[in-house]
Design a protein around this ligand. Sequence first.
Ligand code: GDP
Ligand code: MG
Ligand code: ZN
Length: 302
Amino acid sequence: MSATGDARQTGVVIAAHRRHFEVLLQTGESIECLQKGRERQLACGDRVEVVRIAGGGAIERIAPRDTLIYRSDAFHEKLIAANATQIAGVVAPGLMLDEELIHRWMIAAEAEHCRFVVAANKRDLPEFVALTRRLSSVTRLGYPVVELAARHDVGPLIPLLSGQRSVLVGQSGMGKSTIINALAPSAATRTEEVSTSLRAGRHTTTATTLYPLPQLGEGTWIVDSPGMKAFGLAHVPPDVLEHAFVELRPLIGKCRFRDCRHDQEPGCAVQDAVACGEVQPFRLALLHRLIRESAGVRSPVV
Ligand SMILES: Nc1nc2c(ncn2[C@@H]2O[C@H](COP(=O)(O)OP(=O)(O)O)[C@@H](O)[C@H]2O)c(=O)[nH]1
Ligand SMILES: [Mg+2]
Ligand SMILES: [Zn+2]
Protein backbone atom coordinates (compact mmCIF):
# COMPACT_ATOMS: atom_id res chain seq x y z
CA MET A 1 0.00 0.00 0.00
CA SER A 2 1.28 3.44 -0.83
CA ALA A 3 0.83 6.49 1.39
CA THR A 4 -2.28 7.50 -0.54
CA GLY A 5 -3.89 4.16 0.17
CA ASP A 6 -3.98 3.18 -3.51
CA ALA A 7 -3.67 -0.52 -4.12
CA ARG A 8 -0.72 -0.45 -6.44
CA GLN A 9 0.20 -3.56 -8.32
CA THR A 10 3.47 -4.27 -10.04
CA GLY A 11 3.80 -5.63 -13.53
CA VAL A 12 5.77 -5.51 -16.75
CA VAL A 13 4.84 -3.79 -20.01
CA ILE A 14 4.21 -6.48 -22.62
CA ALA A 15 2.86 -4.36 -25.48
CA ALA A 16 3.38 -0.74 -26.31
CA HIS A 17 1.44 1.30 -28.79
CA ARG A 18 1.62 5.08 -28.50
CA ARG A 19 0.13 5.89 -25.09
CA HIS A 20 -1.68 2.58 -24.68
CA PHE A 21 0.05 -0.28 -22.97
CA GLU A 22 -0.66 -3.80 -21.96
CA VAL A 23 0.77 -4.71 -18.57
CA LEU A 24 1.21 -8.23 -17.27
CA LEU A 25 0.59 -8.04 -13.53
CA GLN A 26 2.42 -10.18 -11.05
CA THR A 27 -0.87 -11.97 -10.44
CA GLY A 28 -0.72 -13.32 -14.00
CA GLU A 29 -3.50 -11.10 -15.22
CA SER A 30 -2.85 -8.67 -18.07
CA ILE A 31 -4.63 -5.34 -18.27
CA GLU A 32 -4.80 -2.39 -20.61
CA CYS A 33 -3.15 0.67 -19.18
CA LEU A 34 -2.72 4.33 -19.82
CA GLN A 35 0.32 6.29 -18.77
CA LYS A 36 -0.49 9.13 -16.39
CA GLY A 37 2.43 11.48 -16.80
CA ARG A 38 4.23 12.03 -20.06
CA GLU A 39 7.63 12.51 -18.57
CA ARG A 40 9.03 9.32 -19.94
CA GLN A 41 8.34 7.02 -22.86
CA LEU A 42 7.54 3.46 -21.92
CA ALA A 43 8.84 0.35 -23.62
CA CYS A 44 8.18 -3.36 -23.49
CA GLY A 45 10.08 -4.76 -20.53
CA ASP A 46 9.53 -1.72 -18.33
CA ARG A 47 8.66 -2.65 -14.77
CA VAL A 48 5.75 -0.52 -13.64
CA GLU A 49 3.35 0.13 -10.80
CA VAL A 50 -0.28 0.48 -11.80
CA VAL A 51 -3.50 1.39 -10.06
CA ARG A 52 -6.81 0.04 -11.23
CA ILE A 53 -9.20 2.41 -12.91
CA ALA A 54 -12.44 1.62 -14.69
CA GLY A 55 -11.72 -0.60 -17.66
CA GLY A 56 -8.03 -1.12 -16.93
CA GLY A 57 -5.15 0.53 -15.17
CA ALA A 58 -3.14 3.69 -14.91
CA ILE A 59 0.64 3.49 -14.85
CA GLU A 60 1.86 5.42 -11.82
CA ARG A 61 5.53 4.61 -11.65
CA ILE A 62 8.29 3.21 -13.84
CA ALA A 63 11.14 1.40 -12.11
CA PRO A 64 14.70 2.44 -13.01
CA ARG A 65 15.92 0.58 -16.08
CA ASP A 66 18.91 -1.73 -16.24
CA THR A 67 19.19 -1.24 -19.99
CA LEU A 68 17.32 0.41 -22.83
CA ILE A 69 17.52 -0.77 -26.41
CA TYR A 70 16.38 1.77 -28.95
CA ARG A 71 17.23 3.11 -32.32
CA SER A 72 17.44 6.68 -33.45
CA ASP A 73 18.47 9.05 -36.17
CA ALA A 74 18.92 12.80 -35.89
CA PHE A 75 15.15 13.32 -35.63
CA HIS A 76 13.45 10.29 -34.10
CA GLU A 77 13.88 7.74 -31.38
CA LYS A 78 12.12 4.41 -31.38
CA LEU A 79 12.19 2.51 -28.11
CA ILE A 80 12.41 -1.25 -28.54
CA ALA A 81 12.81 -2.74 -25.08
CA ALA A 82 13.76 -1.90 -21.52
CA ASN A 83 15.68 -4.20 -19.18
CA ALA A 84 16.86 -6.57 -21.89
CA THR A 85 20.00 -8.61 -21.29
CA GLN A 86 20.72 -9.45 -24.90
CA ILE A 87 19.98 -8.77 -28.54
CA ALA A 88 19.41 -11.77 -30.78
CA GLY A 89 19.72 -10.93 -34.47
CA VAL A 90 17.92 -13.19 -36.92
CA VAL A 91 19.47 -13.60 -40.36
CA ALA A 92 18.85 -15.93 -43.28
CA PRO A 93 20.38 -16.54 -46.69
CA GLY A 94 19.53 -14.19 -49.50
CA LEU A 95 20.58 -11.06 -51.30
CA MET A 96 18.41 -8.98 -49.02
CA LEU A 97 20.70 -9.56 -46.07
CA ASP A 98 22.30 -6.32 -44.92
CA GLU A 99 25.54 -7.14 -43.14
CA GLU A 100 26.04 -3.68 -41.74
CA LEU A 101 22.74 -4.05 -39.92
CA ILE A 102 24.10 -7.06 -38.04
CA HIS A 103 27.03 -4.98 -36.85
CA ARG A 104 24.74 -2.14 -35.82
CA TRP A 105 22.69 -4.53 -33.64
CA MET A 106 25.96 -5.71 -32.13
CA ILE A 107 27.02 -2.14 -31.31
CA ALA A 108 23.57 -1.38 -29.88
CA ALA A 109 23.96 -4.39 -27.57
CA GLU A 110 27.52 -3.55 -26.52
CA ALA A 111 26.62 0.09 -25.85
CA GLU A 112 24.09 -1.16 -23.26
CA HIS A 113 26.38 -3.88 -21.90
CA CYS A 114 24.06 -6.52 -23.30
CA ARG A 115 25.04 -9.81 -24.87
CA PHE A 116 24.80 -10.27 -28.63
CA VAL A 117 24.01 -13.47 -30.47
CA VAL A 118 23.06 -14.30 -34.04
CA ALA A 119 20.47 -16.83 -35.09
CA ALA A 120 21.37 -18.01 -38.59
CA ASN A 121 18.06 -19.31 -39.87
CA LYS A 122 16.92 -21.44 -42.82
CA ARG A 123 19.76 -23.92 -42.50
CA ASP A 124 17.70 -26.23 -44.75
CA LEU A 125 18.29 -24.02 -47.80
CA PRO A 126 21.22 -24.76 -50.15
CA GLU A 127 22.25 -21.08 -50.09
CA PHE A 128 22.94 -21.40 -46.37
CA VAL A 129 26.61 -22.21 -46.99
CA ALA A 130 27.17 -18.74 -48.40
CA LEU A 131 25.52 -17.21 -45.33
CA THR A 132 27.92 -18.99 -42.98
CA ARG A 133 30.81 -17.45 -44.91
CA ARG A 134 29.27 -14.00 -44.68
CA LEU A 135 28.90 -14.37 -40.92
CA SER A 136 32.58 -15.04 -40.39
CA SER A 137 33.02 -11.32 -39.65
CA VAL A 138 30.77 -11.88 -36.62
CA THR A 139 32.20 -15.19 -35.35
CA ARG A 140 35.67 -13.73 -35.71
CA LEU A 141 34.81 -11.16 -33.07
CA GLY A 142 33.77 -13.90 -30.69
CA TYR A 143 29.98 -13.66 -30.88
CA PRO A 144 27.94 -16.87 -30.91
CA VAL A 145 26.23 -17.75 -34.18
CA VAL A 146 23.61 -20.47 -33.84
CA GLU A 147 22.44 -22.28 -36.93
CA LEU A 148 18.87 -23.47 -37.15
CA ALA A 149 15.86 -24.16 -39.34
CA ALA A 150 13.18 -22.46 -37.27
CA ARG A 151 10.41 -23.89 -39.38
CA HIS A 152 11.43 -27.36 -38.17
CA ASP A 153 13.11 -26.83 -34.80
CA VAL A 154 14.05 -23.86 -32.65
CA GLY A 155 15.88 -26.16 -30.22
CA PRO A 156 19.36 -24.79 -31.02
CA LEU A 157 18.26 -21.39 -29.69
CA ILE A 158 17.08 -22.64 -26.30
CA PRO A 159 20.46 -22.58 -24.49
CA LEU A 160 21.06 -19.01 -25.66
CA LEU A 161 17.65 -17.71 -24.63
CA SER A 162 17.30 -19.50 -21.30
CA GLY A 163 17.40 -17.14 -18.34
CA GLN A 164 17.83 -14.12 -20.63
CA ARG A 165 15.62 -11.18 -21.51
CA SER A 166 16.09 -11.04 -25.26
CA VAL A 167 15.22 -8.63 -28.01
CA LEU A 168 14.72 -10.34 -31.34
CA VAL A 169 15.70 -8.12 -34.25
CA GLY A 170 15.86 -8.84 -37.94
CA GLN A 171 14.93 -7.69 -41.39
CA SER A 172 11.51 -8.87 -42.41
CA GLY A 173 11.33 -12.33 -43.93
CA MET A 174 14.23 -13.77 -41.94
CA GLY A 175 12.02 -15.88 -39.65
CA LYS A 176 11.37 -13.86 -36.50
CA SER A 177 7.69 -14.69 -36.33
CA THR A 178 8.41 -18.35 -36.98
CA ILE A 179 10.80 -18.36 -34.02
CA ILE A 180 8.40 -16.50 -31.72
CA ASN A 181 5.47 -18.72 -32.63
CA ALA A 182 7.49 -21.84 -31.87
CA LEU A 183 8.69 -20.48 -28.52
CA ALA A 184 5.44 -18.89 -27.40
CA PRO A 185 2.56 -20.87 -28.91
CA SER A 186 0.11 -18.21 -27.76
CA ALA A 187 1.91 -15.62 -29.88
CA ALA A 188 -0.33 -15.76 -32.95
CA THR A 189 -3.49 -15.18 -30.92
CA ARG A 190 -1.76 -12.62 -28.70
CA THR A 191 -0.89 -10.49 -31.71
CA GLU A 192 -4.57 -10.42 -32.65
CA GLU A 193 -5.74 -9.55 -29.15
CA VAL A 194 -3.14 -6.90 -28.63
CA SER A 195 -3.96 -5.23 -31.90
CA THR A 196 -7.64 -5.14 -31.00
CA SER A 197 -7.23 -3.95 -27.46
CA LEU A 198 -4.62 -1.37 -28.31
CA ARG A 199 -6.57 -0.23 -31.33
CA ALA A 200 -3.61 -0.78 -33.59
CA GLY A 201 -6.05 -1.72 -36.31
CA ARG A 202 -4.82 -4.28 -38.74
CA HIS A 203 -1.23 -3.13 -38.72
CA THR A 204 -0.37 -5.58 -36.03
CA THR A 205 3.26 -5.93 -37.01
CA THR A 206 4.03 -2.33 -36.09
CA ALA A 207 3.59 -3.03 -32.38
CA THR A 208 6.45 -4.29 -30.24
CA THR A 209 5.43 -7.24 -28.07
CA LEU A 210 6.95 -9.08 -25.13
CA TYR A 211 6.43 -12.82 -24.61
CA PRO A 212 7.24 -14.37 -21.24
CA LEU A 213 9.02 -17.72 -21.64
CA PRO A 214 8.72 -19.22 -18.14
CA GLN A 215 9.56 -22.67 -19.49
CA LEU A 216 13.09 -21.34 -20.15
CA GLY A 217 13.62 -20.11 -16.61
CA GLU A 218 12.17 -17.58 -14.22
CA GLY A 219 12.05 -14.08 -15.64
CA THR A 220 12.93 -15.23 -19.16
CA TRP A 221 11.26 -13.26 -21.90
CA ILE A 222 11.65 -12.31 -25.53
CA VAL A 223 10.56 -9.16 -27.35
CA ASP A 224 9.49 -9.27 -30.96
CA SER A 225 10.07 -5.97 -32.71
CA PRO A 226 8.84 -4.99 -36.15
CA GLY A 227 11.15 -5.89 -39.01
CA MET A 228 13.53 -3.03 -39.58
CA LYS A 229 15.52 -1.85 -42.55
CA ALA A 230 17.67 0.60 -40.63
CA PHE A 231 19.11 0.72 -37.14
CA GLY A 232 20.24 4.22 -36.29
CA LEU A 233 22.58 4.67 -33.36
CA ALA A 234 22.68 8.45 -33.36
CA HIS A 235 22.07 8.49 -29.60
CA VAL A 236 25.28 6.63 -28.76
CA PRO A 237 28.08 9.10 -27.95
CA PRO A 238 31.49 8.67 -29.63
CA ASP A 239 33.34 7.47 -26.52
CA VAL A 240 30.72 4.78 -25.92
CA LEU A 241 30.82 3.81 -29.60
CA GLU A 242 34.55 3.23 -29.46
CA HIS A 243 34.18 0.88 -26.49
CA ALA A 244 31.30 -0.92 -28.17
CA PHE A 245 33.73 -2.29 -30.76
CA VAL A 246 35.12 -5.25 -28.80
CA GLU A 247 38.29 -5.57 -30.84
CA LEU A 248 39.14 -1.90 -30.34
CA ARG A 249 38.90 -1.97 -26.55
CA PRO A 250 42.47 -3.17 -25.95
CA LEU A 251 43.74 -0.47 -28.35
CA ILE A 252 42.03 2.51 -26.76
CA GLY A 253 44.54 4.84 -25.16
CA LYS A 254 47.44 3.37 -27.14
CA CYS A 255 47.43 6.00 -29.90
CA ARG A 256 50.03 8.76 -29.90
CA PHE A 257 47.37 11.46 -29.56
CA ARG A 258 44.95 11.26 -26.72
CA ASP A 259 42.08 12.59 -28.87
CA CYS A 260 43.00 10.40 -31.86
CA ARG A 261 40.11 9.81 -34.23
CA HIS A 262 41.87 6.82 -35.79
CA ASP A 263 41.69 8.46 -39.18
CA GLN A 264 44.93 9.89 -40.64
CA GLU A 265 46.83 10.55 -37.42
CA PRO A 266 50.38 9.23 -37.11
CA GLY A 267 51.06 6.69 -34.40
CA CYS A 268 47.48 5.43 -34.40
CA ALA A 269 47.19 1.99 -32.79
CA VAL A 270 43.86 1.33 -34.48
CA GLN A 271 45.11 2.10 -37.99
CA ASP A 272 48.15 -0.06 -37.27
CA ALA A 273 45.85 -2.92 -36.24
CA VAL A 274 43.92 -2.54 -39.49
CA ALA A 275 47.14 -2.52 -41.48
CA CYS A 276 48.32 -5.78 -39.96
CA GLY A 277 44.93 -7.46 -40.37
CA GLU A 278 43.91 -7.58 -36.71
CA VAL A 279 40.98 -5.25 -37.20
CA GLN A 280 38.65 -5.64 -40.17
CA PRO A 281 38.74 -2.41 -42.26
CA PHE A 282 34.95 -2.19 -42.59
CA ARG A 283 34.67 -2.13 -38.79
CA LEU A 284 36.79 1.01 -38.54
CA ALA A 285 34.79 2.52 -41.41
CA LEU A 286 31.61 1.71 -39.49
CA LEU A 287 32.97 3.38 -36.35
CA HIS A 288 33.68 6.53 -38.34
CA ARG A 289 30.24 6.46 -39.89
CA LEU A 290 28.53 6.02 -36.52
CA ILE A 291 30.55 8.86 -35.00
CA ARG A 292 29.46 11.13 -37.85
CA GLU A 293 25.84 10.10 -37.32
CA SER A 294 25.98 10.83 -33.61
CA ALA A 295 27.65 14.22 -34.04
CA GLY A 296 25.40 17.14 -33.38
CA VAL A 297 22.48 15.06 -32.15
CA ARG A 298 20.54 16.53 -29.26
CA SER A 299 20.71 14.67 -25.98
CA PRO A 300 18.88 11.35 -26.01
CA VAL A 301 15.30 10.75 -24.71
CA VAL A 302 15.30 8.98 -21.33
N1 GDP B 1 13.17 -22.69 -45.69
C1 GDP B 1 12.87 -22.13 -44.53
N2 GDP B 1 11.96 -21.15 -44.48
C2 GDP B 1 11.69 -20.60 -43.29
C3 GDP B 1 12.31 -21.02 -42.10
N3 GDP B 1 11.85 -20.28 -41.09
C4 GDP B 1 10.95 -19.41 -41.62
N4 GDP B 1 10.85 -19.61 -42.95
C5 GDP B 1 9.94 -18.91 -43.90
O1 GDP B 1 10.40 -17.60 -44.13
C6 GDP B 1 9.28 -16.73 -44.36
C7 GDP B 1 9.36 -15.55 -43.41
O2 GDP B 1 9.20 -16.01 -42.08
P1 GDP B 1 8.63 -15.11 -40.90
O3 GDP B 1 8.76 -15.88 -39.66
O4 GDP B 1 7.30 -14.57 -41.24
O5 GDP B 1 9.69 -13.93 -40.95
P2 GDP B 1 9.69 -12.51 -40.22
O6 GDP B 1 9.30 -11.52 -41.24
O7 GDP B 1 11.12 -12.33 -39.80
O8 GDP B 1 8.76 -12.57 -39.07
C8 GDP B 1 8.05 -17.58 -44.14
O9 GDP B 1 7.57 -18.00 -45.39
C9 GDP B 1 8.56 -18.74 -43.33
O10 GDP B 1 7.78 -19.92 -43.51
C10 GDP B 1 13.27 -22.09 -42.18
O11 GDP B 1 13.85 -22.53 -41.20
N5 GDP B 1 13.51 -22.59 -43.42
MG1 MG C 1 7.15 -11.25 -38.61
ZN1 ZN D 1 44.05 6.22 -33.20
